[in-house]
Structures are given as C-alpha cells and as structure tokens.
Design a protein around this ligand. Sequence first.
Ligand SMILES: NC(=O)c1ccc[n+]([C@@H]2O[C@H](COP(=O)([O-])OP(=O)(O)OC[C@H]3O[C@@H](n4cnc5c(N)ncnc54)[C@H](OP(=O)(O)O)[C@@H]3O)[C@@H](O)[C@H]2O)c1
Length: 214
Amino acid sequence: MTITVLGATGSSGRHIVEKLLAQGHPVRAVVRKARKAAALQAAGVEVVEFDLASPSHEMFVPVFASAETVINAAATGSMTKRQAELIDHKGVVAAVDAAAALGVKRWVQISMMGSGDPGRLPGYLRATGRAKDAADTHLTRSGMTWTVIRPPWLTDGAAQGRITVGDSVTEGSLSRADLAAVAIASLDVTTTHNRMFEVTGGGAPITDALHGLA
Ligand SMILES: NC(=O)c1ccc[n+]([C@@H]2O[C@H](COP(=O)([O-])OP(=O)(O)OC[C@H]3O[C@@H](n4cnc5c(N)ncnc54)[C@H](OP(=O)(O)O)[C@@H]3O)[C@@H](O)[C@H]2O)c1
C-alpha cells in the first residue's frame, strides 16, 4: 500500500519517509520543491510537487490519485497569522477536501499541542494553534478515517520509543523520530482512528500508549 507523505522534505517528514521505506512501504513523497527531494528520486521514490499556499484541483490530482493513505507533516514555518491561515488552515482544508473527493480513505494529521485551547499557548503560537485547530476540525468531518496527533516542542534528538498520550497532557518535548513512529503506528492501531490526542515524550512504549487511548 503506497503511503503519501505531505511535507516529505521537512524535519519530521524525512523521518516518516525513512521509516516507511525501511518497513518496506511504497512512498509517494509530496514536497514543495522537487529539487530538495533529489536523493529520494534517485532512490526510486515517487516525488510529487505541491504548494499549500496556492491549492488547485489540478495540483492535487497527482498528489492524491490512487492514494489510500496520507500522513500530513507539512506546515508553515512562519508564526504569522497570515501564513498560519493560508497554509495551516486554508491550505490543509483544500488538501483534505481534494483527498476525500479523489478517494483517499485515511488521513493522519500532525497538528500541535494546545491547538484545541490556544489560551494554553504562548502568544506567538496562538494564531498557529487556531489555524491548526480549524483544519483539524475540518478533517474530522471529511468522511475519511482520521487521526490528529498534537505534539509539543519537537527536537532532533534520538528516538526514545516511549510516549504519553491523552486528550490533554503536560507540556514536554518529543523527538521528531518518535513523532514519526507515532504517526506510522497510528495507521495500524485502531484506537487512534477518528481520534485526536496530545502526545509528549516519556512514559509507555509507543504502541502500548496508543492502545491505551481506547
Ligand atoms: N517544530 C516544533 O517544535 C513543533 C511543535 C509542535 C507541532 N509541530 C508541527 O509538527 C509538524 C512537523 O514540524 P517540523 O518542525 O518537523 O516541520 P518542518 O521541518 O517545519 O517541515 C514542514 C514541511 O512543510 C513544508 N511546507 C512549508 N510550507 C509549505 C507549503 N506552502 N506547501 C507545501 N509544503 C510546505 C516544508 O517544505 P520544505 O521542505 O520545502 O521547507 C516542510 O517539508 C508541523 O505540522 C508542525 O506545525 C511542530
């Protein structure tokens, strides 16, 4: 089963693609700039360009055609309200609608801890939180089987393999390697299906923690 990864050249997206390939999954790497994915292309991975800032039906057809499963790790790096609205809200909403219309069945969304309650966030992150929450809510009504993962501050540290999950968990940090493992494990662990949850590092082994969402 080919898994379509949006934001495949991002810091978390790269981990997701590497892990999927290591597990033997065919991957469609969806990227803003194909030149950044030259190594993936050279390794035989299908690479498709897209830009959430200017979504169109024509652009989304090669992204989602014949795709069953999507993991979205794309997001703006900017914390301005304008960019958050453009990319993290409207761009993701357009992508979700296009995916559902083109027959995608499963969508795993990387969101952000505190998005459901922006008052928990520092001021500079509130616009991003609101934009992500709006997109997450839209996804829950898309008709696809969805998972929304809300991580805290991400690090480039080594995978620990242990997490704590819940509707609301205490702020901490999580390595991008562990976030990638959570996103991929969510594909198979049905307690994450049609479920939104926060996650932080430390606690139980990843699969056990996800089963505990039941
Ligand atoms: N960083 C944190 O501490 C933190 C905390 C909580 C949640 N999160 C969330 O976790 C996820 C992964 O974060 P990260 O820091 O690992 O990601 P990242 O390195 O910032 O990667 C983001 C990806 O999105 C792509 N992108 C940006 N603008 C785009 C556009 N207009 N159209 C299409 N793609 C676009 C980037 O493309 P390029 O490769 O071309 O740049 C990149 O691949 C994001 O949803 C982020 O909001 C992050």
